[in-house]
Design a protein around this ligand. Sequence first.
Ligand SMILES: Nc1ncnc2c1ncn2[C@@H]1O[C@H](COP(=O)(O)OP(=O)(O)OP(=O)(O)O)[C@@H](O)[C@H]1O
Ligand SMILES: [Mg+2]
Length: 295
Amino acid sequence: MEIAIEEKKGGALAASRSALAAGAKREATVPREDRKTVGDVAVENPRMTCREVNVYYGDKQAIKDVSLDIGRNEVVSMIGPSGCGKSTFLRCLNRMNDTIDGCRVTGSIRIDDNDIYDKRMDVVLLRAQVGMVFQKPNPFPKSIYENIAYGPRIHGLARQKEELDEIVEKSMQRAGLWEEVKDRLDQPGTGLSGGQQQRLCIARAIAVSPEVILMDEPCSALDPIATARIEELIDELREHYSIAIVTHSMQQAARVSQRTAYFHLGDLIEVGETDQIFTNPRHQLTEDYITGRFG
Ligand SMILES: Nc1ncnc2c1ncn2[C@@H]1O[C@H](COP(=O)(O)OP(=O)(O)OP(=O)(O)O)[C@@H](O)[C@H]1O
Ligand SMILES: [Mg+2]
């Protein structure tokens, strides 16, 4: 599997570089001054819909009028130079920005047509529905079992111990962790390797039956083997969930996602099929970034 992933990565990016280097025939790019999003922000039958989203930290604007859909059973990757607002935008999708003092979000974000910023929205439920996996694995200081069982228990998803056990096992199986840890479920989650901890965190997100999983650079602390396992897992998870992933690795975006969104200084510059973004970008800024001219 790792070999297949390597080949795919080489394929997409090598193709993009050589196509661009050869000045492959394509439409003239949109000038860098133009900040209107290029490409279709909407998908048919979306899971989440974001329209004209603005985010401010105090009086500093970090996200400017961004509209983007997250489709069902798709992986959308978000790329762009450091500080362009990828994490900020991702955090809007499950209201994690609420926890940051002075952060203000405007615009509309809906999941299955419900406004997630509506006063009646239960934020705890929302964060189960739209789970999050962070850059640094952050297991609770509890046993492996409890890390997974905690969410389903507080959300009342299991009536008896057997049901809870089943959820724990199934979530870990889906996250590709069960075989490795099934004999030491009572040991601390923090005692696992980095890659195992990250899969534990993914299992924890899955355990509460989410619809969407947000991942902010989930592999940046992992070695290539653990990274390949997580990427494989992301591909499998797409069957059941929608996934939005922030990554600094264009190879990773090319390997795991079907659509890619390119951010620059708070603007969503371009969005499109991942292959198109990497082989035939339509905006000058996207082209500059993917060819390594800046970022
Ligand atoms: N808690 C915060 N308070 C104030 N400003 C913030 C805060 N978090 C982010 N910012 C600012 O918002 C902008 C976008 O930051 P964000 O972290 O979303 O970028 P990013 O694209 O995720 O960057 P990186 O690739 O480095 O993770 C930056 O200018 C950053 O300084
Ligand atoms: Mg970030």
